[in-house]
Design a protein around this ligand. Sequence first.
Ligand code: SAH
Length: 340
Amino acid sequence: MLPYELEEYFNKIGEPAFRAGQVFKWLAAGVTSFDDMTDIGKKLREKLSESFYITVPNILRKQVSALDGTIKYLWELRDGMAVESVMMSYEHGNTVCVSSQVGCKMGCAFCASTIGGHIRNLEPSEILDQVVFTQLDSGKKISNIVMMGIGEPLDNFDNVIRFLELVNHAGGLNIGMRHITVSTCGIAERIDKLASYNLQLTLSVSLHAPDDETRNKIMPVNKSNNISRLLEACKHYHEKTGRRISFEYALIKGVNDGDGHLRLLAKKMREVSGHVNLIALNEVDGSQFKPGNAKEFAKRLSELGVNVTVRRRLGADIDAACGQLRKKEKSPSYSVKGKV
Ligand code: SAH
């Protein structure tokens, strides 16, 4: 709940409005019971616990990378479903990569998150909890959020917007929009809708190919959102919000890393003043796709005047990289790798 909604409740039961701020702050700090809200009287705490519940995800598994300290969490949700989040430490702060759905229906050929299909959307609280409890468990203050975990955020639009409101609120975690990235596989009509909110977040579009023929082969979403429609939405988004869009491009050997792809990509990026975030494909078990040479491709793109960065790879030893997060149901036979 947002503070104004809590306020309405307290108003109704004859309590002062400032109680809303107290409760909201406790929830952002990750309390798991109303009894932990020590500045609220016992009677009122009892009343709260009769009317509400606090969502508390259970850590089913926690893996810490021996290489760079990246932490991957597998959270158990109220109904036994599970999703993953990843915490990465950089010089400029700590970033948590959160999931937005249990599974994913978008079907990208190179991504493990979509293999088991889509089970359900995450509630705003379930997305928020990934930030709150990552911060609490890791003891690291989270300064940045990337919605690049399992799921397609724009396919869970309303819950994602509400999550953004919750996490951005000054009375809670207070994470600025400019510290939040929302990544989408490219649902044009939802990019248009997001533009109408005029948020200062960073929009990241998973492009992965500059032509429809290639993109159709690896991203089914392209069949109903072809590149020209997608880039039109991106252009509009940029004009409306003033924010430059970042385009993700995972290099797949022999699929999207040819000279023709390179030149066409450069041309398209000039049209939308886009920034390219290159990454060599992360290998997924059982997949035929192999990584291309990101460094080389980046060098040549930049020679063509494109603004490009190569994404660093963190958490390689714990399968925490892009495209490797999977939907996992609670299962007693769960293997506990790298337990800490
Ligand atoms: N559904 C959203 C959010 C997922 S973000 C989206 O598609 O953008 C995860 C990012 O990792 C996306 O850019 C996705 O295309 C990319 N990705 C998926 N599988 C990958 C893999 N095997 N290697 C590298 N990047 C991958």
